[in-house]
Design a protein around this ligand. Structure first.
Ligand code: SAM
Length: 234
């Protein structure tokens, strides 16, 4: 059995290297397809305008980039960033034929872009995985234009006790589903652990506030199983 060394710097990288080829299938299975609804909600709240530029960080297989392009009628630019080459290759496949997409194999903590470049910065189910949250948020702030918007979709905390119990019970089954579908349970044990360890809605709000963003707000989806945080650079 493969073991993950949790203290190793590349731990998260290894997790995604192990699951990338079944990533979309597992997302649909684990969320019962609901991740698609969350992502559509996310893009609707972003409400992107035509002829704008988005950087989608931890872009994975490109769901957010695809929704963004369709929302702006393919009149604009998307830069997809992910540290995992396998994920980016699937992303390229999904967005094949789009001349307005560029791909970058880079870390969210050190983006290869100049200051004040993008109208929007999105990160969906990625911020929980970065090594240093404040470095990633600093980079988000740096690359956004003044007037640009940060939007983050991430697992969060469920306040309702009954829903939380049901959710916790369901979560425990994910490593078993992973074992059957991908042949590995460890990445899904990591998933549960990383969700548990990540900030609450209010704590994450404060982390964003520390990086000079303004007009910060958040919305819960599915009772807080996930939350969308929005913030602006002025
Ligand atoms: N955004 C996609 C979505 O919502 O389906 C993918 C989310 S997936 C759970 C997380 C992605 O973050 C993976 O593709 C992983 O390679 C990437 N990732 C993790 N840490 C990263 C980092 N520090 N910099 C860039 N990408 C990272």
């Amino acid at each position: 059995m493969k073991t993950y060394h949790k203290n190793s710097e590349r731990f998260v990288t290894k997790v995604f290297q192990d699951v990338f080829d079944k990533y979309d299938l597992m997302n649909d299975l684990m969320s019962l397809g609901i991740h698609r609804v969350w992502k559509r909600n996310f893009i609707h709240w972003l409400n992107p305008q035509k002829n704008t530029t988005l950087v989608d960080v931890a872009s994975g297989t490109g769901d957010i980039a695809k929704l963004f392009l369709s929302e702006i009628d393919y009149k604009g630019q998307v830069y997809c960033v992910d540290e995992n080459k396998g994920m980016l290759d699937l992303n390229k496949k999904k967005l094949k034929g789009n001349t307005n997409v560029k791909w970058f194999c880079n870390n969210a903590e050190k983006l290869p872009f100049e200051n004040n470049h993008f109208d929007y910065y999105t990160i969906s189910f990625g911020i929980r995985n970065v090594g240093n949250l404040s470095n990633a948020l600093k980079e988000a702030y740096r690359v956004l234009k003044p007037g640009g918007r940060f939007l983050c979709l991430e697992f969060s905390k469920v306040k309702n006790e009954i829903l939380n119990k049901l959710y916790q019970t369901y979560s425990k089954s994910l490593p078993r589903i992973g074992k059957i579908v991908v042949g590995k349970s460890e990445p899904y044990e990591y998933l549960i652990e990383s969700i548990e360890k990540f900030h609450s809605q209010e704590e994450f709000f404060k982390q964003i506030e520390k990086q000079n963003f303004t007009k910060i707000s958040y919305r819960n989806l599915s009772g807080g199983i996930v939350a969308i945080h929005s913030a602006w650079k002025v």
